[in-house]
Design a protein around this ligand. Structure first.
Ligand code: 5AD
Ligand code: SF4
Length: 361
């Protein structure tokens, strides 16, 4: 065990160099110490509690072409679908009846008016149906400030938009510049969301080609600079029908290392930012059968069980070997309940579980 790590973990505040030291931990003893500390910080600031967000993947149509993502525009092998309003409402009803209290609507990006008004009406219908009780999180990509405002006024109150990587070289390499897909636009969108009044979530992919420990620390510093309320991040996983999947198939950071980095990111974000909501993501589970539990033990407090209908689930594949695509919604819930109970956290039903960080502002 290193004295240096022990001493850093005794602090309340951390310099950038401290965070880099923590990110570089590579032995089991120090790692355990880091995770233990992060779990203590979680218990102190947000409780040993887990909130569920019922995730509905409403469409895999996307105008963007991110080089890592299985449903990118130019992947013509994808069978494209959009759930109808009644199909979505069926999933919403299931989530409501199971007392999750919050739903998350996610899809590939579209900016046309037909889509924007479809979502606007859908949000209103969900609010009506649940008498305002269901919290609504959106994860629908980059939009104009006006669109974000329309959806907020319709009743959505949280928005997730990942920054993916704050290293500009990596960002530019991963995102073709067409469709104005730039770092500046993405950052501007996060600012719009904040101005409008959403609880704002962002996150990055971890273990990307050429990404250093310092890059990951810069990502965490970005969360702080942007006053982010919620964080969803996970390891990068190859998808064979993508440019990045092809380009890096032989030289990518090992799966084990990506899981370890993913857990370190959760833990360091928790001890640095303290009261934010942090999700243990599906991608973590995708690379490690215990990924979810390990994520909660490293400081995460949010899980997003999918409530997408089975017939569509296997078409929403951002990466290869996505876990749970053959599980029914009931099965997905049962597995998750057991994961949480196994580590002794409490599942909180019937409460929105807003980011305490946001509430304090
Ligand atoms: N591996 C891991 N995460 C991915 N995402 C997209 N493709 C992959 C992949 N191959 C993540 C991105 C995006 C979110 C919806 O899914 O971070 O923002
Ligand atoms: Fe579209 Fe999101 Fe995939 Fe990029 S990561 S191609 S925006 S679904």
């Amino acid at each position: 065990m290193s004295e240096k790590i022990k001493n850093i973990l005794k602090q309340e505040d951390f310099s950038k160099n401290d965070l880099i030291e923590l990110m570089k931990i590579d032995n089991k003893e120090d790692l355990d110490l880091l995770f233990k500390k992060a779990y203590e910080v979680k218990a102190k600031y947000v409780g040993k509690k887990v909130y569920y967000r019922g995730l509905i993947e409403i469409s895999n149509k996307c105008i963007k072409n991110c080089k890592y993502c299985g449903i990118r525009r130019d992947n013509h092998k994808v069978d494209r679908f959009s759930m109808s309003k009644s199909e979505i409402m069926e999933a919403v009803k299931w989530i409501y009846e199971n007392n999750y209290a919050s739903i998350a609507l996610q899809s590939g990006e579209r900016q046309d008016e037909e889509f924007v008004s479809f979502i606007e009406n859908l949000i209103k219908e969900i609010k009506n149906f649940s008498n305002g009780k269901l919290g609504i999180t959106l994860s629908l990509g980059e939009q104009s400030k006006e669109t974000y405002r329309r959806w907020f006024e319709a009743g959505a109150h949280r928005y997730l938009l990942r920054i993916e990587s704050t290293n500009l070289d990596i960002y530019n390499h991963l995102h073709p510049m067409d469709n104005k897909h730039t770092f500046e636009v993405r950052k501007k969108c996060l600012e719009y969301l904040r101005d409008i009044g959403y609880q704002v979530g962002t996150g990055v992919m971890i273990g990307l080609p050429n990404q250093t420990e310092e890059d990951l620390v810069n990502d965490i510093l970005f969360y702080k600079d942007m006053n982010i309320d919620m964080i969803g991040m996970g390891p990068y996983i190859l998808h064979k029908d993508t440019p990045l999947g092809q380009e890096w198939k032989d030289i990518v950071v090992s799966e084990e290392k990506r899981v370890e980095l993913g857990l370190k990111m959760i833990a360091i974000t928790r001890i640095f930012l303290k009261d934010v909501n942090i999700a243990a993501t599906t991608a973590l589970q995708g690379l490690d059968p215990q990924g979810r539990e390990k994520g909660l033990l490293a400081g995460a407090n949010i899980l997003m069980p999918t409530a997408t209908a089975l017939e569509h689930k296997n078409k929403y594949l951002l990466y290869d070997n996505k876990p749970g695509i053959n599980d029914s919604v009931e099965k997905a819930k049962e597995i998750m309940d057991n994961n949480v109970k196994a580590i002794g956290d409490e599942i909180v039903y019937g409460e929105w579980g807003d980011s305490l960080h946001f509430k304090k502002k």
